[in-house]
Design a protein around this ligand. Structure first.
Ligand code: IMP
Length: 429
């Protein structure tokens, strides 16, 4: 029987999805990206060798696995080309295994200029974006102004669209932001080059997924960013510009909801966030520094230091509900080794009263004070553990508490960066 699994981050991203996708790809025939763009940074370690992927689905490191980029992804052709070259250099064959939907919106240099100019103008209120032009590219898609991959292949149509869109954005860049502008002819030439890069990769992703299902193949949908960065259900406006939820896998790949058999939520044993926005359980003390150092919490895309804090079980329950999460993968358990006490946030207060935000947006979250449950820590190393029975009893109690508070079974526990550093509780495939 074929099985399709959506794997997604259920915090603010950087939960360690890349490793989990890579590991489960052993059982998959195809891996699909359905939202976001090269703002994502998925780190995979195979036999000690690290690869960071931004756009190409993490399944590429497994021979023979098909990789699909669905229409929900905003595509930067130059970033894709760079990644393909990097993979070629490592002896990973991409051509013939990667298909890109012609309906993907194209990220152009003016999107990057707009992203950076907007952040500059916001000053202290900036979102802290990755500066990759993601938001402006999605804005163009929704305003029906954007260029799609398919448009690149009809030169006169492409040029006509560029004339309008470049005129519009140059006006905004110059007059509103006082920023540099782009040259129309350069954009036209760039699009010719983009068409050349993308021509061998085009494919009908939706139809391909349908064919794979008919042929009883296993498919893995790889989420990027995380649930609390979802444009509708995250800590708005401190979010990314796509739907990062499991539901996004359907719209972003051209599949019906019946295509999803299982939703695996990836949750770090603590919490991190990159960029601005509220974070109720954030730590500014030695424990926060312990998590940052031991967890090597630096962004895979921008190299920025990630903010660190305790696990927020209240946000976790919210994420479980809105994604229909059926199983959890707890990552980076070993980072908690050596702490005397571990805290979990179970709810919030506001001005001394219990507080249950109706919408978990940035405004509500900024008013929350966490309520903590304290648990005993452990002083033995859990790094690389592969059996639940080998974990210290305090670590097992911590995992049991996550199960109890989330109401979801644990499928996997990751205890180190390598493919083999895992405890398998339930087979996902
Ligand atoms: P954008 O996606 O570049 O527009 O950035 C919007 C917000 O999402 C910022 O707070 C970024 O730090 C965050 N973000 C975007 N991509 C990732 C990711 O892959 N991991 C973690 N945070 C991300």
């Amino acid at each position: 029987m074929s099985r399709s699994v959506v794997i997604l981050g259920i915090q603010w991203g950087d939960e360690g999805k890349g490793k989990v996708v890579d590991m489960l790809t052993e059982h998959a025939d195809a891996v699909v990206r359905f939202q976001g763009g090269h703002n994502a940074g998925h780190t995979i370690v195979v036999e000690g060798q690290q690869t960071i992927l931004h756009l190409v689905p993490s399944g590429i490191l497994h021979d023979g696995v098909e990789c699909l980029i669905g229409n929900g992804v905003v595509l930067a052709p130059d970033a894709l080309q760079e990644e393909i070259t990097m993979l070629d250099g490592k002896g990973v064959q991409v051509t013939g295994r990667l298909r890109v939907s012609p309906a993907c919106p194209v990220i152009m240099p003016y999107h990057v200029l707009l992203d950076l100019a907007k952040e500059r103008k916001q000053g202290k209120a900036a979102i802290g974006t990755t500066g990759r032009g993601i938001g402006p590219a999605y804005e163009d898609k929704v305003s029906r102004r954007g260029m799609r991959v398919a448009d690149l292949f009809d030169e006169s149509y492409c040029n006509r669209r560029l004339e309008e869109v470049v005129d519009f954005h140059n006006f905004v860049l110059r007059e509103y932001f006082g920023s540099d502008t782009v040259d129309l002819q350069e954009m036209k030439d760039l699009c010719r080059g983009y068409a050349e890069v993308l021509a061998p990769l085009l494919g009908d992703v939706s139809a391909r997924i349908h064919m794979l299902r008919e042929a009883r193949k296993n498919i893995l949908f790889e989420g990027a960013q995380g649930t609390l960065l979802d444009i509708d259900h995250g800590t708005y406006p401190f979010v990314t510009s796509s739907n990062t939820l499991a539901g996004g896998a359907c719209a972003g790949s051209g599949s019906g909801p019946d295509v999803i058999d299982h939703v695996l939520g990836v949750v770090k044993a603590y919490t991190t966030r990159v960029g601005g926005g509220p974070f109720p359980t954030e730590l500014f003390d030695d424990v926060g520094r312990h998590l940052a150092e031991r967890g090597n919490e630096f962004g895979a895309t921008t190299g920025r230091a990630r903010r660190c804090g305790w696990l927020d079980a209240s946000a976790l329950r919210h994420a479980v509900r809105i994604n229909g999460v059926k199983g959890l993968c707890v990552t980076k358990l070993d980072v908690l080794d050596g702490l005397d006490t571990i805290k979990i946030c179970t709810g919030y207060t506001h001005e001394g009263h219990p507080f249950d935000p109706m919408v978990m947006d940035g405004q509500a979250f900024s008013q929350c004070q966490p309520v903590y449950l304290e648990m005993e820590g452990w002083h033995r190393s859990t790094s690389g553990t592969t059996k639940m029975s080998d974990l210290p009893k305090q670590a097992r109690a911590y995992l049991d508490k996550i199960h109890e508070l989330s109401g979801v079974q644990l499928d996997l526990v990751s205890t180190g960066p390598d493919r083999c550093h895992n405890i398998v509780c339930n087979e996902v495939y």
